[in-house]
Design a binder for this molecule. Structure first.
Ligand code: ATP
Length: 304
């Protein structure tokens, strides 16, 4: 039985978290919460502070300021019992000498009081055909699957995944997403860092964007950065080439266009900003490229 303690609030609470590496401020007093059973994605460019944040939550790194609670406890001071409730999949793959997949999974299962059945778990992460292969001989994507198996073997209440699908082929990535969704449905809280915007969009209930150790925005992927209210681009082939208009009322615009042209607009597309569009805008890398593309495509605004 777990002690009750103050473990009734959110799965993760972070207030004023500050991290220094020497003189460098890696995290500037960041705040966020993750609810139980939520899938929370942390996005940001290289060096933004994602891994640092996750490693502090995992209890692997000390901090210089703020309060951090994971399942009601300070991860840096937490005991073995707390650790058994946490699953971790790091960026680097573990080294398992000459053991095969089954031996590795069985070995790790012994550390947990209520471990999953090793053979079922191997099946679940899609490694059944490789159960007798040496762990060191797996492909990159297969090794990540083994890492994920080891991360979830103890039935963690909170699972941390640092760039979990790097090296996965598209079909393995989709299988993995389903595995993560199933875990969340069964009540596991999941925190993942990723560079794949599609992954965040497909999986996350909420996304935090970190840049330079600061959180720029936190929200559901569908509305992040004002995505739902940003203008839509309607494009079609006019007599002189591609025409594009930014509009906040694309349905009305398309209906008016239909009336104006007396029929179908050739090559009509309606483009709403993707998560990637708003993310790139947010981190500032997109500004020059967007201006150049817009000018090349002759984009005007509806009001201009
Ligand atoms: N052990 C360390 N010692 C000194 N500085 C570090 C250390 N680890 C990270 N940093 C610095 O802290 C900042 C945040 O790094 P972090 O690894 O958290 O970024 P990240 O968002 O995970 O990046 P990536 O997407 O490349 O994995 C960077 O400027 C990095 O150089």
């Amino acid at each position: 039985m777990r002690p009750l303690g103050d473990d009734t609030g959110p799965a993760i609470e972070v207030r004023g978290l500050r991290k220094l590496y020497g003189q460098t401020v890696a995290l500037h007093d960041i705040d966020f919460e993750v609810s139980k059973g939520e899938i929370f994605a942390v996005l940001g460019p290289n060096g933004a502070g994602k891994t640092t944040t996750v490693e502090i939550l995992e209890g692997f790194r000390p901090r210089e300021g703020g309060t951090v609670k994971v399942l009601g406890e300070d991860p840096f001071r937490a005991d073995e019992e707390w650790r058994a409730r946490i699953g971790v999949v790091l960026q680097t793959t573990g080294e398992f000498e000459d053991l095969n997949v089954r031996e590795v999974v069985r070995h790790f299962a012994r550390y947990y009081p209520d471990a999953q059945d090793p053979d079922e778990l191997i099946e679940r992460v899609g490694l059944a055909e490789k159960r007798n292969a040496r762990a060191s001989k797996l492909s990159g994507g297969q090794q990540r699957r083994l890492d994920v198996a080891l991360g979830i073997i103890g039935r963690p209440e909170v699972l941390f995944l640092d760039e979990p699908t790097t090296g996965f082929d598209p079909s393995s990535r989709r299988d993995f997403w389903q595995l993560i969704r199933d875990l969340a449905t069964s009540g596991t809280t999941i925190v993942l860092t990723t560079h794949y915007l599609e992954e965040a969009e497909q999986l996350a209930d909420r996304v935090a964007v970190i840049v330079g150790g600061r959180i720029l925005d936190i929200g559901v992927p569908q509305t992040l950065g004002g995505r739902d209210t940003e203008a839509t681009v309607v494009s079609w082939m006019g007599p002189d080439g591609l025409e594009s208009v930014h509009t906040t009322a694309p349905t009305k615009f398309a209906a008016d266009l239909h009336a104006r042209l007396g029929g179908e607009a050739p090559g009509l597309t309606v483009h709403r900003p993707s998560l990637e569009d708003v993310y790139l805008q947010m981190i500032g890398a997109d500004t020059a490229a967007t201006a150049a593309l817009a000018s090349a495509a002759g984009v005007t605004t509806e009001d201009s």
